[in-house]
Design a protein around this ligand. Structure first.
Ligand code: HEM
Length: 510
């Protein structure tokens, strides 16, 4: 053993436990302070505006994530610091017009689009393949190409009767539920309907039967719990991958672990069953993927496992949020509701007139939906921020180094007075050419995002939201009950909004 080594080790051997502990604490402190100073002043992201506390540590933004308050926090930070803000040592938030192009665009000649943060994803271990939310550039483009036929105009036309069937069933259930004048939680009905629709489009049959049985299917409850656990995963991973490991190893309750096993098994069974039935004559996603794909371009079973849950949740909870929130905003603005009601009831003389095509002519209702999504974006945050790839990138004039996380936050964008006059007010007229709002920055309104990773189900999402609202307004006079007057206040967000019951009284008309 060298004398140098012995000289180094000897003082430690003589030290007491308390002295060693004190040394450990002092070293950790020194390391922490050095890191904090580096993060605040010498890190490549140091020039990006933002609070210093957020620049030195991931704790503040992780805390907002864990509290379900991150959309509000981003809005507050953008209000104060402008359209680009550093929200963590390695994370930046954007809410500006150019960032959509710089950040979410195709980035030709620069290695392709930035893909989503998948550092803590466990999809591959579970399913044997990654889904669209975790895929890298090439794989994402491949999956998207394979799924595209299921989301074409032609597919939407053929899927329309299936969608209408579930929405009509919802109307009928609401008629029954409100026959005695009882209050109804309409939020649940919109969730059940949209989950049933997506369940059928993904698995080829009415797998969930939520509307029929007026209850959530357990598979869906677990999907929603995944959203919340996704936020925990993200927040803890930002603090330290060790914190995440400890959480996953020791703190995930057994009941949740069992639920995950059930969910995994059910997903595999449902996909296997659907894939075994090749030609169903049913206009679900798989039938288009199979019939219109080029040779050698069909999704593998593993890819279908990995994408099934994403397709169900991406296409249902979002639509339910858009529909329920628009309804709520109309209900607390009686003049707007009157105008929507006049439009719907003067356009249609029978229930059958309400179709995917005819609802596009409801200009006021369409404007009300856009206005609702501006104020309350169904996808409020960039739930998986983009990972900056090799070479870094320039966003809104700032250099963002490789390895950083960066996202665009719709809740913040919609709230900023610098983009929208009377940003906090619900004014559908702003989308109908009202002169007072001529200077609004419409280009920043992107509730379905933009670029090669934008919403694949945009057409379906718009159609469903419009039809659900048109049918509700056509069939019922709707009254908001006092307990739901403050329905939007303090909703928590764990990727999805946690919506409380939206209690209404329905009086059937026609
Ligand atoms: C009001 C309804 C909806 C809204 C506001 C919405 C919004 C969004 C947003 C903001 C994204 C993220 C894009 C990004 O990261 O840049 C997204 C992705 C996605 N959405 Fe939607 N969505 C809606 C309905 C639907 C529907 C009905 C489907 C049908 C299944 C769907 C399928 C998807 C898929 C597959 C992706 C991932 C796309 C990709 O990675 O290429 N969405 N959506």
């Amino acid at each position: 053993m060298s004398t140098g080594y012995i000289a180094f080790v000897q003082p430690f051997q003589r030290a007491s436990f308390v002295e060693l502990l004190a040394l450990f604490v002092l070293l950790s402190l020194a390391l922490g302070i050095t890191k904090a100073v580096y993060n605040a002043f010498f890190h490549p992201l140091a020039p990006v505006p933002g609070p210093k506390l957020y620049a030195i540590s991931p704790f503040p933004i992780s805390l907002s994530r864990l509290q379900g308050r991150v959309p509000y926090k981003f809005a507050e930070l953008h209000e104060k610091y402008g359209h680009i803000v550093r929200v963590g040592p390695d994370e930046v938030s954007c809410a500006g017009p150019t960032s959509f192009k710089d950040l979410y665009g195709p980035r030709y000649g620069k290695g392709g689009p930035l893909t989503r943060d998948s550092r803590a994803a466990t999809v591959k271990e579970k399913f044997g393949a990654v889904g669209m939310f975790q895929a890298g550039v090439q794989e994402h483009a491949q999956i998207r190409r394979q799924l595209n036929p299921a989301f074409s105009e032609k597919a939407s036309r053929e899927q329309e009767p299936l969608v209408m069937g579930y929405i009509n069933a919802m109307v009928q259930k609401l008629r029954d539920a409100s026959a005695e004048g009882d209050p109804v939680d309409i939020e649940k009905y919109t969730m059940w309907t949209t989950f049933d629709i997506q369940g059928d489009l993904v698995f080829g049959e009415n797998v969930f039967k939520c509307i029929e049985q007026e209850r959530y299917h357990p598979w869906l409850k677990i999907c929603m719990a995944y959203f919340t656990s996704g936020i925990y995963t993200h927040a803890l991973n930002d603090i330290s991958p060790w914190a995440l490991w400890i959480w996953q190893k020791f703190f995930i309750p057994k009941s949740f672990a069992d639920a995950q096993d059930y969910h995994l098994k059910t997903t595999l069974d449902l996909v296997d069953k659907r894939m075994a039935t090749k030609e169903t004559g049913h206009p679900d996603y798989m039938s288009f993927v199979i019939s219109e794909s080029k040779a050698g371009e069909v999704l593998t079973k593993e890819q279908m496992y990995a994408n099934a849950q994403m397709l169900v949740t991406a296409g249902s909870e979002t639509v339910a949020t858009a529909a329920a929130t628009t309804l709520f905003l109309l209900l607390i603005h009686p003049e707007a509701m009157d105008r929507a009601k006049r439009e719907v009831r003067s356009t249609f003389t029978s229930e059958q007139d309400i179709t995917a095509a005819s609802v596009t002519t409801l200009s006021y209702l369409v404007a009300a939906i856009d206005e609702s999504m501006r104020i309350w974006a169904p996808v409020a945050t960039s739930f998986h921020p983009r990972q900056v790839s090799s070479g870094g990138c320039i966003v809104d004039g700032y250099f963002i180094p490789e390895g950083s996380m960066i996202g665009i936050h719709n809740h913040a964008i919609g709230r900023l007075e610098r983009y929208f006059k009377d940003a906090e007010k619900f004014v559908p007229e702003r989308w109908l050419g009202d002169e007072r709002y001529a200077n609004d920055s419409r280009e920043v309104f992107q509730p379905f995002s933009s670029g090669p990773l934008n919403c694949l189900g945009l057409t379906m999402g718009r159609m469903e939201t419009r039809v659900i609202l048109a049918k509700l307004i056509y069939n019922f006079d709707i009254e908001l009950l006092p307990e739901s007057r403050n329905w939007l206040d303090n909703q928590k967000n764990y990727i999805a909004w946690h919506k409380p019951p939206l209690m209404v009284k329905l009086t059937p008309v026609h």
